[in-house]
Design a protein around this ligand. Structure first.
Ligand code: NAD
Ligand code: ZN
Ligand code: ZN
Length: 362
């Protein structure tokens, strides 16, 4: 058993509490990882607010991390102690019917099918003050050590800087992959990205990498525009600067609407606006943002009747165990720049300040 620090969420709506926790050794098929760096994604905030589907408290959040294998359980063959790895918030068991479908990246072991608040044998490896602590998406990267099933771990290049590639664990891969894999943005096309947090900015990077000729970036926080431009946005607009609905503004700017739109906020009104902003014929709208579980969004069915496509993405459509080593190599080959997405770096003791910065749009 390892004693280490972790940020524990004891109850919905409470700040995280940095505690000493005990982390049990990995059982068969599991890997214990020393987490070196982790990002904060809005999805962690959804968890703290109690809006994430089938989550149990107390829990150790975090799902965008990178680390080094400390020890492995019986039967683990794909990684060994000392390997650099990225924990996967969407597993790839490689054996279920979804994994066997080459067009799918949604493993039947994922949280949407099977809650990942406990490890697959329905027990936890974390305790704190004598209490069982739940896992989050199996990865719980807000702990200095965590235990994860082998099929939710990807070995990466030993040269990878863990404080940068941790962003591949969720935010970057989601936004970039939504453009490349889910929308399949074509060269010369037009795109609109609603919401310029870490995930939305990554979607801007994906549209640019795919060769889009026009990328319209939309946010109510003007401070996001400089970085969006640096990453490839050609137009930056704030819906609050217009009297008419933003979908009308975008339709006028582009003639008939963009070819691809992305909702990267997690609101019903902006999901409708993003859908109506892509052209009524072949437009594709990708929903990335998450609404509180159980929410219902109403849309005018005419928006789809004329041919538009409305789809969602799970971590950008990547089969993460296969793709993660390649994404890390692409980063090391400077095919994209993660460093620009990093706004602040702080120790785990200041995790609540990190969330304050997220809430303040900084
Ligand atoms: P973030 O909070 O950093 O960014 C959201 C951005 O939206 C902010 O810049 C904010 O100013 C802007 N915004 C808020 N309200 C707006 C409005 N009414 N109009 C225009 N802009 C508005 O969040 P993030 O970490 O980038 O995550 C974005 C969303 O993606 C979240 O809902 C998160 O849960 C979700 N997400 C989904 C997946 C997936 O697999 N589908 C993965 C990661 C994150
Ligand atoms: Zn599977
Ligand atoms: Zn995330």
């Amino acid at each position: 058993v390892i004693k280490c620090r972790a940020a524990v969420a004891w109850a919905v709506g409470k700040p995280l509490s940095v505690e000493e926790v005990e982390v049990a050794p990995p059982k068969a098929g599991e890997v214990r990882i020393k987490i070196v760096a982790t990002g904060i994604c809005r999805t962690d905030e959804h968890l703290l607010e109690g809006c994430f589907p089938s989550a149990d408290f107390p829990v150790i959040p975090g799902h965008e991390g990178a680390g080094i294998v400390e020890s492995v359980g019986e039967g683990v063959t794909s990684v060994k102690p000392g390997d650099k790895v990225i924990p996967l918030c969407a597993p790839q068991c490689g054996e279920c019917s979804f994994c066997l479908n080459p067009e799918s990246n949604h493993c039947l072991m994922s949280h949407l099918s099977e809650p990942q608040n406990l490890l697959p044998d329905k027990t936890s490896r974390f305790t704190c003050k004598g209490k069982k602590i739940h896992h989050f998406l199996w990865v719980s990267t807000f702990a200095e050590y965590t235990v994860i099933p082998e099929y939710a771990v990807a070995k990466i290049d030993a040269a990878a800087p863990l404080d940068k590639v941790c962003l591949l664990g969720c935010g970057f891969s989601t936004g970039y992959g939504a453009a490349i894999n889910t929308a399949k943005v074509k060269p010369g096309s037009t795109c609109a990205v609603f919401g310029l947090g870490g995930v939305g900015l990554s979607a801007v990077m994906g549209c640019k990498a795919a060769g889009a000729s026009r990328i319209i970036a939309i946010d109510i926080n003007k401070d996001k525009f400089a970085k969006a431009r640096e990453l490839g946005a050609t137009d930056c607009i704030n819906p609050q600067d217009f009297k008419k609905p933003i979908e009308e503004v975008i339709t006028e700017m582009t003639g008939h609407g963009v070819d691809y739109s992305f909702e990267v906020i997690g609101r019903a009104d902006t999901m409708n606006a993003a859908l109506a902003s892509c052209n009524m014929n072949t437009g594709v709208c990708v929903m990335i943002g998450e609404l509180p579980s159980g929410s219902v969004v109403s849309i005018d069915p005419m928006l789809l009747l004329s041919g538009r496509t409305w789809k969602g993405t799970l971590v950008g459509g990547w089969r993460l165990r296969d793709s993660m080593p390649k994404l890390v190599s692409s980063y090391l080959e400077k095919k994209f720049n993660l460093d620009l997405l990093i706004t602040h770096t702080m120790p785990i003791a200041k995790v609540n300040e990190g969330f304050e910065l997220l809430r303040a749009g900084k």
